[in-house]
Design a protein around this ligand. Structure first.
Ligand code: NAD
Ligand code: ZN
Length: 442
């Protein structure tokens, strides 16, 4: 068996970098593909002995390295708050120490990009290249990077994992001291400069990822190496929204089997949180959203009851308490609206209820509730990236998709070429659909 794969590798049909990943898959009798999209026939050995298979094609993409050189490429630049992005030729400097330069193949739009692009209630920083939910391939690496190499398939993450600090070493935290989310920095941490420029003028980055560019430079601690056979045009949504929602429920709210869970905000993040509740075995999942158009889509995610706060003249927490005989066991807030955050906390049952905040609030937001709500044994928590440690945990979330334990297709409602990226903003602003995948080659 190993000889058969070795032979294909020598002929250049299978690239060396995927060999260690391929071999166990072939032993499990799984399908493989060639790098030039030709069908490979190969002998596999599984419980039924040796047999010849004609595997389905799944393209393992590769790119050319331009290590040490400045790359000129297309990027969608936000020159001003709330104005359509403009497609520009930008220069992308080579990666410095502990950084990697990656080619983005697919990116999608998350509401966090939209908040900071609108800059209403957030610090404005322009010109800027937004984008943080994406998938791509490492093009070159800077000095000191030992665990990533050109050709690796990766997901960039807006928060990092240095693996050295007290947070990274603490089992419960993903709030890395060095690389935790910073929405206001706009430059690389090593030298306080951006790697993007136009005519010598720097363009700020966003969350250290800036994936609305064909090439970007990211700190190596914010890059998760994943299975090269995972389809990047789908698993790119795991780089932020879907992992965030899923982890908020599975890792933080932890609903017991048979419990009742309320989800506030039925965008991709909220529906991923609902998916987490379904996987955990919740028996009732109640969706709360101000946009009734969201309810139809949400039925595909196991949500059976819907509440539109706009239809009531009393606080939605009272409506939920009535529906559930005193309150829900768990709630997960994924809207970013401060009133929804307060309702999500106050709607959990006294004695044991746990609420988890995920939505990103405005800069000046204040959370106000009566302290008695805490004394009555309700718990309030919050999380970034669903408490996943990006580099350690993300590859296994990708594997959940590969093993068909997690469906991603239903989160992807639109696709647009990169040249039409502003359409993705329109969909999100109108509340249409969930995730829009932006194809960088278009
Ligand atoms: P989205 O716009 O697709 O979904 C948000 C949903 O909330 C919409 O359906 C909207 O109608 C609904 N909504 C707004 N106000 C509401 C209210 N008062 N009550 C009930 N529903 C309300 O956005 P998304 O991409 O799914 O992101 C959701 C939130 O999660 C955003 O705030 C985003 O910034 C945040 N986020 C946080 C993290 C994290 O790590 N904590 C990561 C990603 C996204
Ligand atoms: Zn995001």
């Amino acid at each position: 068996m190993a000889m058969a794969v070795g032979h294909l590798m020598r002929r250049g049909v299978i690239h060396r970098s995927v060999f260690p990943v391929l071999l166990p898959k072939i032993h499990r009798g799984e399908q493989i593909m060639s790098r030039d999209s030709q069908v490979i026939r190969c002998q596999v050995h599984d419980c039924r002995g040796f047999r010849t298979v004609q595997p389905k094609i799944r393209k393992v993409e590769e790119i050319e390295s331009r290590a040490g050189q400045v790359i000129q490429c297309r990027a969608a630049v936000a020159w001003e708050a709330g104005k359509p992005l403009v497609m520009e030729q930008v220069k992308v400097a080579p990666p410095k120490e502990m950084e990697v330069r990656m080619k983005i193949l697919y990116t999608s739009l998350c509401h966090t990009d939209v908040y900071f692009w609108e800059a209403k209630g957030q610090t404005p920083l322009f010109p800027r290249i937004f984008g943080h939910e994406a998938g791509g391939i490492v093009e070159s690496v800077g000095e000191g990077v030992t665990d990533l190499a050109p050709g690796d398939h990766v997901l960039p993450v807006f928060t990092g994992e240095c693996k050295e600090c007290t947070h990274c070493k603490h089992e419960q935290s993903n709030m890395c001291d060095l690389l935790r989310i910073n929405t206001e920095r706009g430059v690389m941490i090593s030298d306080g400069q951006s790697r993007f420029s136009i005519n010598g003028k720097p363009i700020y980055n966003f969350l250290g990822t800036s994936t609305f560019s064909e090439y970007t430079v990211v700190h190596s601690g914010c890059v998760a190496k994943i299975d090269p056979l995972a389809p990047l045009d789908k698993v790119c949504v795991l780089s932020c929204g879907i992992s965030t929602g899923l982890g908020a429920t599975l890792n933080v709210a932890k609903p017991p089997k048979g419990s009742t869970v309320a989800i506030f905000g039925l965008g991709a993040v909220g529906l991923a949180a609902a998916e987490g509740a379904r996987i955990a075995g919740a028996s009732r999942i109640i969706g709360v959203d101000r946009n009734p158009a969201k309810f139809d889509e949400a039925k595909k995610f196991g949500i059976t009851e819907f509440v539109n706060p706009m239809e009531y003249d009393r606080p939605v927490q009272e409506v939920l308490a009535e529906m559930t005989g005193g309150g829900v066991d768990r709630s997960v807030e994924c809207s970013g609206n401060t009133n929804a955050m307060i309702s999500a906390f106050e709607c959990v049952h006294d004695g044991w209820g746990v609420a988890v905040l995920v939505g990103v609030p405005h800069k000046e937001a204040q959370f106000k509730t009566h302290p008695m709500n805490f004394l009555n044994e309700r718990t309030l928590k919050g999380t970034f990236f669903g408490n996943y440690k990006p580099r350690t945990d993300l590859p296994s979330v990708v594997e959940k998709y590969m093993n068909k334990e997690l469906e991603l297709e239903k989160f992807i409602t639109h696709r647009v070429p990169f040249s039409e990226i502003n359409k993705a903003f329109d969909y999100m602003l109108k509340g249409e659909g969930l995730r829009c995948i932006i194809h960088m080659d278009g």
